[in-house]
Write a protein that binds this ligand. Sequence first.
Ligand SMILES: C[S@@+](CC[C@H](N)C(=O)[O-])C[C@H]1O[C@@H](n2cnc3c(N)ncnc32)[C@H](O)[C@@H]1O
Length: 393
Amino acid sequence: MSEVARIHWGEDGEDRFARWRSESGALPPKRVVIADDTLTADAAFRLASEGTGMLWRGDFQNARLLLQALARRIDKPRKAKRAKVAVSAVPPSPADTFNLYRQAQSQRARTLAMLLIEFSGAHHIALRRAPDVVQACSGAYGPGDAAQGNYVAPLRELQGLIGAHEWRKKGLVIAALGGERIHPHYGVFAPVRGDYMELLVQAPLPPALFSGGVAFDIGTGTGVLAALLVRRGVARVVATDQDPRALACARENLARLVPGGQVELVQADLFPGGVASLVVCNPPWLPARPSSPIEHAVYDPDSRMLRGFLNGLASHLAPGGEGWLILSDLAEHLGLRSRADLLAWMDAAGLQPLHRLDVDPIHPKADDLTDPLHAARSAEITSLWRLGAKAVS
Ligand SMILES: C[S@@+](CC[C@H](N)C(=O)[O-])C[C@H]1O[C@@H](n2cnc3c(N)ncnc32)[C@H](O)[C@@H]1O
């Protein structure tokens, strides 16, 4: 969510300030200098590396180029360092590699967040060759923001907002929905890897669903799985999420894809009230701390959502009901969670695996040999676990 902190700087001999806005939760830099087209990439890199914010007053397109130059400077030494580690040391464990990778990613994000842009309250940028970003910003920040006055945000975040706006306009083609599109909103998990949806299409629906049963979709995001269930003939779905952005996004997608009103959306931490004949859940799959709020759909510290889902499932299953857990095993390949842990959690929650459907994820990075997580990613499998409540003896 938006920060309400303020950022201070000196300009034209005056003290100035504005609202600070960072959707990734970054704090405003303590030291800020004014920067323009005369700033060299090397000087900008030095400033950014020491945590000095650069409030851009030059040409907007030059700021974009400067950001690219900063990214190149960050990425070069990282690659060199990796190469050195590889020849000199005992190979790090997958978990160490993952932790180093995450640390490097957040350091990179912190450095790139030092190039700053000022916006009017109505999301206008008063720079030469600046694009019109009003729609992209109001889509992400919501209406009614303009009255709050000027704000400053990292250029890199603005680029994320613009990218998200394009996805929202264009939508993602979902093969399992007969090629129809899902339009993800900013900050909402975009189902770019459609592989797991095929599992949801293949798994046999529990018969109890067709004698008045309801289905739950826990953590609905864009609403894609709820829509798929309705397309498979499920008459009533209750879909939850705790993120208001996800609920607004799901509402829009579902109104278009399943206009019959079969899906009820509820803001809830995990389960809605009552029981269901089918409960589906695709929780974040990596037990690690998200480095920003928008990473919550992927990273889940201590597997909180996964374990919460497993622990609450049996008491939300109607007789003959099933829970469908969609989960990648990437965490297992990275040494962050073991298969034995997962099975033990299921067992302790009074659940038994009935069947498992697997798919090799279509992953753009699976073939990237320079990716430090390549070995784990190329071995990754996503599964749909069909779970039932254990019989009480
Ligand atoms: C990996 S995304 C999956 C979204 C969607 N089901 C899909 O398959 O595309 C996980 C979703 O769970 C939501 N979520 C995380 N913790 C939750 C909780 N405790 N209760 C409800 N939803 C939660 C997130 O906001 C996110 O939308």
